[in-house]
Design a protein around this ligand. Sequence first.
Ligand code: PEP
Length: 268
Amino acid sequence: MPPSGKKMIVAGNWKMHTDAQSAAALAEQVAGRSAQEAGQVQVVLAPPFPFLAEAVRRARAADQENGRQCVIIAAQNCHEEEQGAYTGEVGVPMLRSIGVGACIVGHSERRQYYAETDAAVGRKVERLLQHGLMPIYCCGEGREDREAGRHREVVALQLRTALGAIPGHGLAKVVVAYEPVWAIGTGLTATPAQAQEMHAFIRAELRALAGEAATHIPILYGGSCKPDNAAGIFACPDINGGLIGGASLAAEPFMELVRMARHAQSPA
Ligand code: PEP
């Protein structure tokens, strides 16, 4: 995929941060500024569950004011079943009913602290596709796997287990986020060369799973991505933007990353 004109997405994962007031204010600021600053870059915000509905309201207000969709509001997780006796869980139809348009699944923190498996994450991806929400599927190796040179193997197994049963036309609607676990929230970042190598590998794996339908699947990089290291990463040909944790909790630097993604899309 040539770097010029490539699809770019910048997604903010707020994790378990913000409160009702700060979440609403941040959603409003980012949505309003995205209308002016994002160009063709797709901006996605993933607030905590209790603040999703208000974030959707603020985003829709910005859409109306600007006559275009400014941001997509995403959840940070969902349950794989349609509904049922799953105390404390949130189903995809619930998210859809309040205007949520996307959902992060398989984040390494969910894998680590809640023992999520790729099989379960794959079912979440299918449920999201069934209801027309955009899945943002996270994969990535841990530090030990990277040091032992097993990073490709680990990520290939994640992709095959979670996405292997999804038909090509479904897979074409998935966004993949490559997030090396050793880089998340640690201040360590993959070098552009390390990230590009893994993104090209992931793209080849996706093509092996779903053929040409997979060629244009956006693959985001995540892991301590900030304005001072994003330029080299966003410029890589197989990197379609970022999944941003810490740097998404304030309008600047998040909007700076959006502008950098825009520049990477059309560097002229
Ligand atoms: C993340 O949690 O998806 C993430 C990339 O976090 P951070 O940017 O803080 O490393």
